[in-house]
Design a protein around this ligand. Structure first.
Ligand code: NAD
Length: 358
């Protein structure tokens, strides 16, 4: 399997991150010969070494290798600093999150025929971090300005988060979604929104997508109100192919889709921009099970498969996905979230052994 080598930045992350990252590396190394891992820190591992949460050295490494894979990173609640995950997406302009959810063999769920992809706008919306805490001079100034501008009355004890959605920000993720659909044999894009209630943000997202002149090349397009879409998703998930969503809805519905196919331990993800790509599982750092060897590494391993596909190592990506399917189908080696008693390492090693030779 001689050929091009690829340098890939790997960030183990917090909580269960180092455990699932180690398992992912074993599997990817079994499937593809050309990966040189460049390990960098972020999150509490970086802080423990006296560094910032997202060290410049880590960002520089991603800028140099252009491709990274990361474990989850804990965001302390209400501590005032931006989530490392959100910061990374914004710093590197990773504007599209891609989260495939498919029914896996041997994992019993209510619906056995799910095969969809969530494409989430990743940089705008309520996640832009434009926050006004109640009682601060900034919040007071904002209230005053809103009153002057349009007679909007905001209560003095209100916290305010702004929801910017732009034409440019929308257009690029719409184009990405159509390109993705065409490249991956997907036939239909369903856009979710609440344009009736938020015509200037969600409405703009919808109108921009409808008016875009991109060559749709046989990919059908429809839109649904987000509440209706959510109900349909739970009732008849097989009806959906690609879901195109603004940031917040995309975050929530990708966890819902994880639930549809057997849980957070199974769903991989990618954050993609024009220049860089960062792969990561959808799940968080799971502090409740960290350090116990119980975490399911499959979401991280399938994120590794997405990374291989991005590097045009399509055969290696397929071998990883097949190995995951084979181990799940056999049903002997499973972590506790899937009803088994195997450890993270045992699942990783079983999948690595199931990877067929080139
Ligand atoms: P979580 O995804 O960490 O955990 C939710 C539940 O799912 C927990 O019961 C956990 O045990 C379980 N779970 C998650 N991953 C699992 C796996 N691989 N195997 C088995 N069970 C698994 O969500 P949370 O508890 O809301 O968040 C914990 C921390 O992670 C927070 O600080 C949050 O901000 C952070 N987070 C980070 C990312 C990221 O790095 N991209 C994403 C989501 C949450």
């Amino acid at each position: 399997m001689a050929g091009r080598r690829h340098r890939v930045t790997v960030i183990p992350g917090d909580g269960i991150g180092p455990e699932v990252s180690a398992a992912m590396r074993v599997v990817v190394d079994a499937a593809a010969a050309g990966i040189d891992w460049v390990e960098r820190r972020a999150g509490s591992a970086a802080v423990a070494e006296g560094d910032e949460l997202l060290p410049e050295e880590t960002l520089d490494s991603i800028r140099e290798t252009r491709v990274a894979i990361k474990g989850p990173i804990t965001t302390p609640v209400g501590s005032g600093f931006r989530s490392v995950n959100v910061a990374l997406r914004q710093e590197l302009d990773l504007f599209a999150a891609v989260r495939p959810a498919r029914s896996l063999p041997g994992v019993t769920t209510r619906h056995g025929d799910v095969d969809l992809v969530v494409i989430r706008e990743n940089t705008e919306d309520l996640y832009r971090g434009i926050e006004f805490a109640p009682g601060t001079p900034e919040a007071e100034a904002l209230r005053e300005e809103l009153r002057k501008l349009a007679d909007f009355e905001v209560r003095p004890d209100a916290g305010v988060t702004l929801k910017p959605i732009s034409v440019d920000g929308t257009r690029r993720v719409v184009r990405f979604a159509f390109d993705y659909a065409k490249a991956n044999g997907r036939r239909r894009i369903t856009l979710g929104h609440k344009a009736t209630i938020m015509p200037t943000s969600d409405g703009l997202f919808l109108r921009t997508a409808m008016e875009d002149t991109i060559d749709r090349d046989g990919v059908a397009f429809e839109d649904l109100q987000i509440d209706h879409l959510t109900a349909e998703l739970v009732r008849r998930p097989a009806r959906f192919d690609v879901l195109l969503l603004p940031n917040l809805y995309g975050d929530i519905l990708s966890d819902l889709c994880a639930g549809l196919v057997g849980g957070l331990g199974l769903i991989p993800g990618a954050n993609i921009g024009w220049e860089y790509a960062v792969f990561e599982p959808v799940h968080g750092s799971a502090p409740d099970i960290a350090g116990q060897g119980k975490a399911n590494p499959i979401a991280m391993i399938l994120s590794g498969a997405m990374l291989l596909r991005h590097l045009a190592q399509t055969d290696a990506a397929r071998r990883v996905e097949r190995a995951v399917d084979d181990v799940l189908r056999a049903g002997r080696v499973r972590t506790p979230d899937l009803g088994g008693s195997s450890s993270t390492t045992e699942v990783g090693e079983a999948i690595a052994r199931a990877v067929t030779p080139d």
